[in-house]
Design a protein around this ligand. Structure first.
Ligand code: ADP
Length: 726
């Protein structure tokens, strides 16, 4: 029997030594270091007990007990720290000091056992029994020590069980199994005290087995697998909350961030409902106190079998605050933009109304037989009016471009006609300034192209006007040519001048809105600073590009290239020979409509005069009304108008109300008669607004003959007679 016990003790020492060597050789982490310390303590415990077993006298036995206790008192505290580490629960420094103090206290008592009877009331050597052994008469302090050890073991079992309950993952199973090993010494302790084998204490052996058991389990379950630890460490320390659940929504793991956000996840009763709540908000943002948390979920698989889900909790508070601020700023900007639009609408309206009179009246005078002198002066008035209107249109155009509502109108056009128009429009003014106008048009350009000719003309007028404004002597040069590129035919044009030029540092800002470079020098030169930005936007809207080259003091050249469709293979040749109708100031009358009756409603007398004057040129029968009320009365007394032209801004009853009242009258005629709004409000979206309000069409003031003719043609198609020049 004795030999068996000694052999068992030697074997366990052998194992303990093996573990100490293995752990010492491993690249140990901090928790493994604790296990190494525990294994050393266990080894000392085993060696000490081996000496006690083999002792032949009381002195040797006491010496052996001292060695044994050196391991014994530190074995369990180190294992407590180790198990706590495994369970991710931190033991505070105070707790560590308490454990160390207890160990030192008990060991001091054991080490000085010969000098007092605190631990053993008495001891002596007994030669009888299973083998010669020391008999120890134990005191209450001894039992205190045993209880202390017992408590430490129970604490560890408790920690293991709690960890397992919380995370039923592989780590949890490993730690539970490891701590369950404590049941051996827990149960063996009372057996030892019962002294079943006289003189033999089974506790040291059981303590040793626990250290060996721990080592085996920890390795089997790879609890300290470095890669896994690194993963756990990363997940534990990332800024995002991380929760792992199994397929039945049971919590497997969560990191500190998730725990701080949702402490309820730790409470069994609330765990399920909280997880369900999180799952119900996947990809959404939820409020957690002041924080905005975005919830995401990803499934995870083991060999293609769905095992559960990871829930990620992203703190989006900063983004939320930032976005809120952006929304606020956007709203403020929109508010400001709205105010700008209202201002533009008002300005446009206020200026367009008198402009309607100026241009319209000049137009009417030009239709009459007047002397050449008068014609020239009236032409000047009309042209000045038109340039003023151009400025207003430029600003309106810009607001259209700004809101991305600029529409391109494609049509076939003859390049020679475009050049002619430009030359006749600008040429006179260039000559007036005693500048040379050089025009170079490549003869190889296709004669007819398809594109938004009006916009191209607008861009060239802008560039030529600038050249004219900023050149005092020398020349202005217009060059037009074509290039065959990969994307097809590209129409190119350049406007050069020998004017003041632009400083190099100002060039990058040229195409910025409201930018007027070299302001001091150019103060006396009129302009809005919108021309070039508009040109750039238009060119780009047509798929082209615009560039500038300039030398300060020597002149500038603006060039653009815009892709255009080629309509005919015929070449332009000598552009000066192209046939172009000459302007005599008379508006083109494309048709006559003698049988058509129109009612014009406007509260401004002069506007009525202009509109009726223009319609009379078409031989139409025109009646007028000075208010919405008068319009309703006239319409009811004679239901014969083929169309009604209605001003929008009128006192008492505006155009929309007058139209609505008209539509409410009994009878099909009132529901069908076309009502066309005449308005000076030409800003972006105005047309849509009027059409939505129920008007059939929209003609902006100042009234253009072409625009009003198109409208009449649409609603009185059968009654018009085309004139020769159409
Ligand atoms: P503006 O209505 O002021 O002419 P633009 O956008 O057309 O607005 O031009 C912006 C500025 O660019 C002008 O004020 C002027 O300083 C400069 N600029 C434009 N064209 C020329 C040119 N041909 N020569 C010299 N400076 C020019």
């Amino acid at each position: 029997m004795y030999e068996v016990l000694v052999t068992l003790q030697v074997i366990s020492i052998g194992f303990s030594l093996g573990i100490v060597i293995l752990l010492a050789l491993e690249n140990t982490s901090k928790p493994q270091m604790l296990l190494l310390l525990a294994s050393v303590a266990s080894l000392l415990n085993g060696i000490g007990y081996f000496y006690e077993l083999t002792a032949k006298c009381v002195e040797t036995a006491i010496m052996a007990i001292k060695i044994q206790y050196l391991g014994y008192v530190f074995l369990l505290p180190t294992l407590v720290l180790f198990v706590a580490r495994c369970c991710h629960s931190e033991i505070k420094t105070k707790g560590k000091w308490v454990l160390l103090s207890f160990g030192v206290f008990f060991y001091t008592i054991v080490a000085t056992v010969e000098y007092h009877s605190l631990f053993y009331a008495d001891y002596y050597f007994e030669m009888s029994g299973a083998f010669p052994h020391i008999v120890l008469v134990k005191t209450p302090i001894y039992y205190c020590f045993i209880s202390y050890c017992w408590i430490l073991m129970m604490i560890q079992v408790g920690m293991g069980a709690r960890y397992y309950r919380k995370y039923k993952n592989r780590d949890g199973v490993g730690i539970l199994l490891a701590t369950c090993g404590y049941f051996v010494p827990i149960l063996v302790m009372p057996l030892g005290m019962a002294n079943i084998i006289e003189g033999y204490d089974p506790v040291p052996l059981s303590q040793q087995t626990i250290a060996i058991w721990m080592y085996v389990i920890i390795n089997k379950y790879r609890i300290f697998d470095s890669a896994q630890m690194a993963r756990n460490d990363i997940i534990g320390n990332i800024a995002e909350g991380y929760v792992v659940i199994d397929i039945s929504n049971k919590l497997l793991f969560m990191n500190k961030v998730a725990e701080n956000l949702f402490p309820e996840l730790n409470q069994a009763q609330e765990q399920e409902s909280r997880i369900e709540e999180l799952l119900a908000h996947v990809t959404e943002t939820i409020d957690v106190g002041e924080q905005k948390i975005e919830v995401h979920m990803t499934p995870f698989y083991d060999h293609n079998v769905l095992k559960g889900y990871t829930i990620w909790l992203f703190d989006k508070t900063d983004e939320y605050v930032y976005t809120q601020r952006l929304i606020e700023l956007k709203e403020q900007a929109e508010q400001a933009n709205k105010a700008k639009s209202v201002f533009l609408a008002n300005m446009s309206h206020e200026i367009r109304t008198p402009m309607n009179a100026i241009i319209g009246m000049s137009e009417l005078v030009l239709q009459e037989e007047v002397s050449a002198k008068v014609r020239e002066k009236v032409l000047d008035i009309r042209n000045a009016g038109k340039s003023l209107l151009d400025i207003i249109n430029e600003i309106l155009d810009f607001s259209k471009i700004e809101t991305g509502k600029m529409e391109l109108v494609k049509a076939n056009y003859k390049v020679a006609v475009t050049v002619h128009n430009l030359v006749s429009l600008i040429g006179v003014r260039i000559k007036e300034k005693n500048l040379e106008f050089i025009i170079e048009v490549d003869e190889e350009i296709p004669a007819e192209l398809c594109g938004d000719e009006m916009r191209i003309r607008q861009i060239l007028i802008n560039l030529l006007n600038n050249a004219l404004k900023f050149t005092e002597k020398g020349y202005i040069k217009l060059r037009v040519w074509g290039e065959e590129r990969e994307e097809g035919f590209v129409l190119c044009a350049g406007v050069g001048d020998s004017g003041i030029g632009i400083k190099e540092e100002h060039i990058p800002n040229l195409f910025n809105s409201y930018e007027r470079v070299n302001y001091v020098k150019n103060r006396s030169i009129e302009g809005t600073g919108l021309g070039l930005p508009i040109c750039k936007q238009m060119v780009e809207a047509m798929g082209g590009s615009i560039t500038v080259e300039s030398r300060y003091g020597f002149g500038s050249t603006f060039s653009f290239a815009i892709p255009q469709e080629v309509v005919s293979e015929e070449r332009i040749g000598d552009w000066t020979k192209a046939e172009v109708k000459k302007e005599n100031g008379k508006a083109k009358i494309p048709f006559k409509a003698p049988g058509v009756r129109a009612l014009i409603v406007d509260d401004t007398k002069i506007n009525l005069k202009v509109a009726s004057g223009l319609l009379k040129l078409l031989d139409m029968t025109v009646d007028t009304a000075a208010s919405g009320q008068e319009c309703l009365e006239k319409v009811q007394s004679q239901e014969e108008y083929d169309m009604i032209f209605m001003d929008y801004m009128m006192p008492e009853m505006d155009g929309i109300e007058a139209m609505n009242r008209l539509r409410e009258l009994e009878g099909d005629y009132y529901k069908q008669v076309p009502v066309i709004v005449l308005t000076a409000n030409a800003i972006n979206g105005a047309k849509e607004m009027f059409l939505e309000a129920g008007f059939q069409d929209f003609v902006s003031k100042p009234i253009e003959m072409d625009a009003i003719c198109d409208c009449i043609k649409k609603y009185a198609k059968n009654k018009i007679i085309l004139t020769e020049n159409d």
